[in-house]
Ligand binder design. Structure first.
Ligand SMILES: Nc1nc2c(ncn2[C@@H]2O[C@H](COP(=O)(O)OP(=O)(O)OP(=O)(O)O)[C@@H](O)[C@H]2O)c(=O)[nH]1
Length: 394
């Protein structure tokens, strides 16, 4: 699937940068165009793979290149005011060559949190291609303002995009790690999952497995209908088996597929599907209470992918989610040493983490209002004398 990716804000830019690096390393060619938008000059300068001409600094007259300091209302205002500058960069995208737009952003900050819904609305008005969001929720220990920002941005962005794919930093943060080191690893996790998912629709149809290869229209149809999506992933190293099956087939003159035990290939796939769906999802949720649609992608060297495994995995997903719309297919990656299953669950609704986020956001808003009210009173008590005998100069 060919995407025009827009990284909004610091997190959005860094994840976009990592997607570009992944594209170069794997040759998957998913990112057809990349634009980074930010109010902070330093963040844009720190990017390594986004072309210079596609880095857009907005809000210069308002914040002088220093970011909006987690004020997402200001982030939204600036995006609205400078939308023509962003459009200038989008104009260079060969839109006829892309299947969809993907706007990537951290929902807890200011620039991306406020700007990305404005951007999504703008793009949807102009282009017919679907516009998806990849929104990152803040970790629980980041504090009230980030949670409040994320809850408000989440609500707005879901409405503006054709589907919001969510990644929850809270579920992935390891304690005892530096922020930067931690994010690098988290961003790798993000790119691995979404890279396989979107890369799957990019394989040329052809060869033995042609009819079971995932097409980009299957990704689009799974995401159609809107709402919130989450992704699961599981992988197994098959390098030893790959080596021995290659040797054996050369020795017997047979093909590599037939030198592998098809029952164990099938079982491996079905167990990977279960692990992917029941393990850590990008947004943890209860799958047994429903996903409207799902897509199963099995990736790896083609001799390790078989139709029976995918069929069984698909059926199992249908039973688990109660969805009648479960698609499935292969993503052959011949030089990989892993077999992986990626499960996209679209239209999920039973997500305790979102309810918790909203509750904390409401409390944070109440606390912020109380503290503001109190601090005005406290300042007045400090600067004025008790009997108001000292009058100000003017
Ligand atoms: N996964 C991931 N999350 C990140 C990364 N950097 C920041 N975040 C998350 O994004 C949120 C902050 O958003 P930023 O992108 O830094 O903020 P911004 O949009 O640049 O807005 P301002 O800095 O307020 O102008 C934080 O709450 C973090 O949870 C990153 O590299 N990876």
């Amino acid at each position: 699937m060919k995407l025009a990716m827009i990284g909004f804000g610091q997190a959005g830019g860094k994840i976009l940068d990592r997607f570009l690096e992944h594209d170069e390393q794997t040759g998957s060619n998913v990112v057809r165009a990349a634009v980074a938008v930010n109010t902070a000059k330093a963040d844009l300068m720190g990017l390594e793979h986004v072309p210079q001409e596609n880095r857009v600094l907005i809000g210069q007259s308002r914040v002088k290149g220093h970011g909006v300091g987690a004020d997402n209302e200001l982030g939204a205002e600036i995006a609205e005011e400078d939308i023509d500058e962003i459009q200038g960069a989008i104009d260079s995208i060969p839109v006829h060559e892309v299947d969809a737009f993907l706007i990537i952003t951290g929902l807890g900050g200011g620039t991306g949190s406020g700007g990305s819904p404005v951007m999504a609305r703008h793009i949807k008005r102009i282009y017919t291609e679907p516009v998806y969001g990849l929104g990152v929720l803040p970790a629980g220990d980041e504090g009230g303002i980030y949670t409040l920002n994320a809850a408000r941005s989440f609500r707005t962005l879901v409405r503006e995009v054709d589907n919001l794919l969510v990644f929850d930093n809270d579920a992935w943060r390891k304690s005892g790690e530096s922020m930067q080191g931690g994010y690098r690893q988290i961003n790798d996790e993000i790119v691995t999952r979404f890279g396989i998912l979107f890369g799957a629709g990019e394989v040329e149809q052809g060869g033995e497995v042609a009819e079971s290869v995932v097409d980009s229209s299957e990704i689009i149809n799974t995401l159609a209908g809107g709402g919130v999506s989450t992704v699961g992933y599981a992988a197994e190293d098959v390098s030893d088996e790959k080596q021995s099956s290659g040797l054996l087939s050369r020795f017997t003159g047979g093909d590599e597929q037939s030198s592998l035990d098809s029952a164990s290939t099938t079982n491996r796939i079905t167990s990977l599907v279960r692990k992917a769906a029941l393990g850590r999802l990008t947004l943890p949720c209860k799958i047994e209470n429903g996903a409207e649609r799902a897509l199963l992608v099995t990736a790896g060297p083609s001799q390790f992918l078989n139709r029976k495994g995918i069929e069984r995995g698909r059926k199992w997903l249908e039973e688990q989610t109660g969805s009648m719309e479960v698609r499935g297919g292969d993503y052959p990656v011949e030089d990989s040493n892993n077999v992986a299953a990626v499960v996209l669950l679209s239209g999920v609704t039973d997500v305790p983490r979102i309810k918790e986020l909203q509750q904390i956001a409401i409390e944070a808003r109440e606390n912020i209002d109380d503290i503001r009210g109190e601090s005005e009173q406290n300042l007045q008590d400090l600067v004025e004398d008790d009997d108001d005998e000292l009058e100000p100069l003017f």
